[in-house]
Design a protein around this ligand. Sequence first.
Ligand SMILES: N[C@@H](CCOP(=O)(O)O)C(=O)O
Length: 466
Amino acid sequence: MDYISTRGSAPALDFAGATLAGLASDGGLYVPRTWPKFSQDEIAAMAGLPYAELAQKIMLPFVEGSLSAERLLELTRAAYGRFAHAAVTPLKQLDQQQWLLELFHGPTLAFKDVALQLLGLLFEEFLARSEQNLTIVGATSGDTGSAAIDAVAGRAKIDIFMLHPRGRVSDVQRRQMTTVLAPNVHNIAIEGSFDDAQAMVKRMFNDNGMTDRFAIGAVNSINWARLMAQVVYYFAAALQLGAPQRKVAFSVPTGNFGDVFAGYVAAQMGLPIERLIVATNVNDILHRALSTGDYSQGTVTPTAAPSMDIQVSSNFERLLFDVGGRDGKALAEQMAGFEATKAMQLTNAQREGAAALFSSARADADDMNRAIRWAFVECGETIDPHTAIGLHAARVAGIAADIPVVTLATAHPAKFTDAVEHATGIRPTLPTRVGDLFEREERLTALPGDYDAVADYVSAHATPRP
Ligand SMILES: N[C@@H](CCOP(=O)(O)O)C(=O)O
């Protein structure tokens, strides 16, 4: 399988190359040249497989040429062996129609572990084949940071620099990053929003002064390997609910559009998905784009669901590319317009292509609190604010009663104790596997929201190319 850029001019790469490159050199995102397809019989035969084996089957066509089937299985077994639930992503029934897919049983209690545990191993695998080292530069609104740090802390040939918006992540989220004291881990708290941090990360990939000296790598969902690993749990859930004979809808708490784009990929591969519901908080650029075609960047409003406090959703570019006819040159112009004006109108083809599978809903703080309370009182489940936004959207989406609707439960409620206590009156406790998080020493560097300050810091601390 080879990978092409959404902006049409970067060289095509194989899976190993795309994984190490992260972002394409023309500023675009890598996507597979074609979508691999499974027949309905092939999908039916996957029912009941252990998660690591299912993951190997789903991902094998994407890694062809870079990993053997046997090696991929070793890596998926190692990655998912660290999860605290035997099913890895267990499914829970809430009522006749609503289900929760629990994605927070990994080491850092969020869905990001499902992909990043594997990505850490893939980096190690591919770096061992060459002289190359990797300077990972990432941005986080809360969950990616700790999951990425856990995945690469102490690994040879890797430095990681993780930028988070100062004061805008929960205490648990911050401590999960800043208490990892491995010498290759660098936490940077910047003044500004996640969008500011993400813009700096993307700029660094195109800063020749940096890329000449350092092999910059990505752990955000701009890295294709992240999305590939997230496709698996859509299959896992749908198979348990009767796929491929029965269609399933998914509601996805959405910020950077990576998790829900993985659902789109599952559908392209043949999984019968009724609808993908994009759930946003008041930072609703995606809801506006999908419902009116207006993709214009608003100001970020801090909320109790900080991981979704995002107004520029990187992976939306992958969808616009695919539903807009895969015209890299046209998309490069469209994205250049967005970068210059912070606004863009979807084309008719893009709107119609997206509307065929996606719908969207926006939840404010009241909607979110009501959903937390409903799950708690009516179903006996404690859910986190992000999951609650997904559940709100799932319940108002108007999906036919005979179609199961699965909300992706993206984070453990104990990552957001104050918000959950506010809605339920009960303070959730951290699982023991997280350990003494609040007793540990923290280490972080505060920097202004200024690209040059961040680039100087990275230059001073990263290992140059050999
Ligand atoms: N919600 C994310 C923001 C980054 O998203 P990613 O999926 O592109 O890594 C977070 O929690 O950091």
